[in-house]
Design a protein. Structure first.
Length: 365
């Protein structure tokens, strides 16, 4: 397993700023920068229509009448996992309506933000903080819906009982712009008295879980699915050093964001997308087996013995609700990132989001 050293937070902000400002200020179609981003992206394969056993809400959303003059647009997804499959199913349902939606897979949310600033992608969904950073810098990026509620915990190897035990120790993170990174850094700032960890950029939660089990890192933030997988494999983790799921329920770490240019040009397409996601979330919440089926369809290589139990945990936690964003919890999320030093004070929920689409989301019954 290759573990690369990550930039400090300030370096990541400078990098995102340079990319966003360059994209917004460019008069051409992206030039070399577009080719670089394209080399990072791998187009996901076209998927089949939703399973015949899909619930009524999801099925009816797929058969809904499309708007006239259907828009063609691109959705960027970041390392798809169990939280992403409802979005992939929603994209397929839009294809059933007649939309031409291209899906590209990227390695990090910062790449999606860069592409959105250039106009390459209309919609993406992952860590909220890069979207807020880009919005602060003037990029046309706004939050429009929720991917999943806060599902994070901060786990460490046996023998680590306090923040000070992490002084100088390797702590794995996904990226400098990831919300879990901000949660860790905030917790460290509030609880460590002797120093801080050494942060290492590794990759997805599943990869970090393996690194934690192998002793390659001392601590990391993990998603609910990976904690459940370790337990099912007979290698359960102990209690987390910090339970972000319980401590920060109003924080929305993973959101759907869109180009405000796309929203202005194709509002019907944007509404149909949010409606399609709402239908998928409703189907999941009605029966966790539906989520299992989506994972089996879109991420067959990730199916494991723990999948059914993991899906039930998501449903019990009420974590899937694309309409969960409100002006109040968006502002709470913004203020969290201000306190974490990720963005400057002064941003409002109205600046950073357009909740009209989620507010108007409908699921046919």
């Amino acid at each position: 397993m290759t573990i690369s050293r990550g930039l400090r937070r300030t370096g990541a902000l400078v990098a995102v700023a340079a990319l966003t400002v360059a994209a917004c200020g460019s008069d051409d179609d992206g030039g070399d920068a577009a080719e670089t981003a394209d080399s990072e992206a791998a187009e996901t394969a076209d998927t089949d229509a939703a399973d015949d056993s899909a619930t009524t809400d999801a099925a009816e959303a797929e058969s809904a009448e499309p708007a006239e003059d259907l828009a063609s647009f691109t959705v960027a997804v970041i390392e798809p996992d169990i939280t992403t499959v409802p979005l992939l199913a929603a994209i397929d349902s839009m294809a059933e309506q007649g939309y031409d939606v291209e899906t590209v897979e990227l390695a990090e949310p910062e790449l999606a933000i860069e592409g959105m600033a250039r106009g390459d992608y209309a919609i993406s969904a992952e860590s909220t903080s890069p979207a807020l950073i880009a919005n602060e810098l003037g990029a046309p990026v706004v939050l429009i819906g929720d991917v999943v509620g806060n599902q994070w915990g901060f786990y460490a190897q046996d023998g680590i009982e306090s923040c000070d035990d992490l002084d100088g120790e390797p702590v794995g993170i996904f990226s400098e712009g990831a919300v879990a990174t901000a949660m860790i850094r905030t917790w460290v700032d509030e609880n460590c008295t002797t120093g801080e960890p050494e942060y290492l950029v590794i990759g997805g939660s599943d990869v970090r879980a393996q690194a934690l089990q192998a002793g390659e890192i001392t601590a990391t933030a993990l998603e609910l699915a990976d904690v459940a997988s370790l337990e099912a494999a007979g290698t359960p983790l102990g209690e987390p050093l910090a339970n972000f799921r319980e401590d920060l329920p109003e924080l929305h770490p993973q959101t759907i964001y869109a180009s405000s240019d796309f929203l202005g040009e194709s509002p019907d397409a944007a509404q149909d997308f949010i409606d399609a996601v709402a239908a998928q979330h409703a189907a999941i919440n009605a029966d966790s087996a539906y989520l299992v089926g989506l994972v089996e369809e879109y991420l067959p290589d990730s199916v494991s013995d723990s999948l059914a139990g993991t899906a039930e945990l998501y449903v019990q936690g009420g974590l899937f609700d694309v309409t969960a964003l409100t002006p109040e919890n968006v502002q709470y999320t913004i203020d969290f990132f201000v306190d974490a030093g990720v963005i400057e004070d002064g941003m409002t929920a109205a600046d950073a989001s357009d909740l009209s689409f989620s507010d108007n989301a409908t699921v046919d019954s």
